[in-house]
Ligand binder design. Structure first.
Ligand code: NI
Length: 260
């Protein structure tokens, strides 16, 4: 078993998880979305990127990585074929139940590596529900249970790298930084590359019909043609470095210091 396999929950047997819990009570959960990323970006971009960052973080920290929650809150992208969305209330229930399952086994620190801005509000609400429910159920870990949402694409070093490389053409959806990560992971996605017109600028987000009217090809102010596979490796490194710091502080924090 390679070190990269040893940190994947999916590849362990339950006695191994039990033994892990004797030495570490933290787990990483990648959270993505399955939604359009413009005419040249993969539907799975947000899940693929979150998973890649989470696995790199797991390798560097030794913290277990749970299976990726690949469906997120993408209601406004439903005007484009291929998008699969959970309504906020559904995603909330899914994340709450994942956290409660893990907490029931003794996991106390749930570090969620998120790849999609649309998940943020719902994930925070899910954490609040999980804390309350863990307490009502009388779970042994309830007083120490903490969840943290780590949005890899919003980490300072990642945003600086994107600005330095792409400037304003990074945009807000189907960005060259996230597309670069997918090109690094799956070179076959180069087949989608082609010149694109100027993207519609970012604006307010409402329903799927309004989104498609404002952003006809799905992009928000981005130029994914600037993405190169080699950049993707750099973005994963920047994200993992920033999040490792965050994760280590999160694990070592006392429960009395509050939670995010
Ligand atoms: Ni995305």
């Amino acid at each position: 078993m390679t070190p990269a396999e040893a940190i994947r929950l999916q590849l362990l047997a339950w006695p191994e998880v039990e033994a892990y819990l004797d030495r570490c009570r933290a787990v990483i959960l990648p959270l993505g979305s399955t939604e359009q990323h413009g005419p040249t970006g993969a539907i799975g971009t947000d899940a693929l990127t979150a998973e890649a960052v989470a696995l790199e973080l797991g390798c560097r920290s030794g913290v277990l990585v749970a299976p990726t929650q690949a469906f997120g809150m993408a209601e406004h992208h439903l005007g484009f074929p291929g998008t699969i969305s959970l309504q906020p209330s559904t995603l909330l229930a899914v994340l709450r139940d994942i956290v409660l399952s893990l907490a029931g086994h003794g996991f106390e620190r749930i570090f969620v590596v998120n790849g999609h801005g649309g998940n943020i509000a719902t994930a925070r609400a899910a954490f609040a529900e999980a804390y309350g429910e863990a307490s009502r159920r009388g779970l042994a870990v309830a007083p120490r249970l903490q969840c943290r949402l780590a949005n890899w694409f919003m980490a300072g070093p990642v945003m600086r790298e994107a600005r330095d490389r792409y400037g304003d053409r990074e945009g807000h959806h189907a960005t060259p930084s996230e597309i670069a990560v997918t090109l690094h992971l799956h070179p076959s996605l180069e087949r989608l590359r082609r010149p694109l017109p100027e993207a519609a600028p970012a604006g307010p987000i409402h329903g799927p019909d309004d989104f498609r009217r404002r952003h006809p090809d799905g992009r928000m102010g981005s130029d994914p043609n600037l993405a190169e596979a080699a950049h993707g490796a750099v973005f994963i490194d920047r994200a993992a470095t920033a999040l490792l710091d965050d994760l280590q502080r999160f694990i070592s924090e006392e429960a009395s210091n509050g939670s995010t």
